[in-house]
Design a binder for this molecule. Structure first.
Ligand SMILES: [Zn+2]
Length: 244
């Protein structure tokens, strides 16, 4: 073998070895991937947030009661920061509408590190929201998920109008309409105010969807490690009424 061929051969060998090592590394990473989703072994930064699903719901509703009556707590955000810099263990995850009047942290009188909040106009589930809630449950050990709708929801109202008038909304708004349409259809056969009923149906449908979407949430619900509930926020009083 000439010098040039030998050098080329050696280079090819090194390149092949490097590739194989990289591939082995990638496989090893994949092999430990499930471990990444395992619960953290370190002590939770907020031990008071380690609760059963029922106790988490009771705490959430007590917080709402304080908020309704104007007795919200004062929070020491400054001293809290250091404890939370190492991690989080929120006791509830909230899927809320993006409406600026809701503010889940306020309406349940909670501090930072207490509630894991996902917000989208119309408080519906999609793959991104689902993945976020799976993370809260699987990794952060959150025992409760609440889908939180609210009175006079503009996203639900726009969906009703779009269906009624047969119009297509501009931009990306049709995506919201598509997601909320099943709730409006479910409410159309009910007596009473269509908007109020559709808001409630939207919460219920999304609670069902979260409970029945596997593999993570279905399994945790089946093992009674989490609860998935639904509420509607009343704009004038601030009261959250459980509907599912
Ligand atoms: Zn809304």
């Amino acid at each position: 073998m000439c010098e040039l061929c030998r050098t080329t051969h050696q280079r090819a060998s090194i390149a092949r070895r490097t590739l194989l090592q990289s591939a082995a590394g990638a496989v090893a990473s994949l092999a430990i991937a499930p471990g990444v989703l395992a619960a953290p072994v370190k002590a939770p930064p907020k031990p008071q947030n380690v609760l059963s699903p029922d106790a988490a719901l009771a705490r959430l509703m007590k917080g709402n009661d304080r908020y309704v009556h104007g007795n919200s707590s004062r929070y020491d955000f400054k001293h809290e920061r250091e404890a939370l810099s190492a991690g989080q263990n929120p006791f509830a995850a909230i899927l809320s509408c993006a409406d600026s009047r809701i503010a889940p942290e306020f309406c349940f009188d909670t501090a930072r590190g207490d509630v894991f909040v996902c917000r989208v106009a119309g408080n519906f589930t999609n793959d991104d929201i689902l993945a976020s809630l799976e993370y809260a449950v699987q990794v952060l050990n959150t025992p409760l998920i609440m889908v939180l709708g609210h009175e006079a929801c503009g996203a639900v109202d726009a969906t009703i109008k779009s269906i009624k008038d047969g119009t297509t909304l501009p931009g990306h708004l049709p995506a919201l309409v598509a997601a909320i349409t099943p709730a409006v259809k479910a409410a159309q056969g009910e007596s009473g105010d269509l908007l109020t009923n559709a808001i409630r149906e939207n919460v219920k449908l999304n609670v069902d969807k979260l409970k029945n979407t596997g593999p993570i949430l279905t399994s945790f619900v089946g093992d009674k490690k989490i609860r998935v509930v639904g509420g509607v926020y009343k704009l004038k009083t601030g009261r959250v009424e459980l509907v599912a």
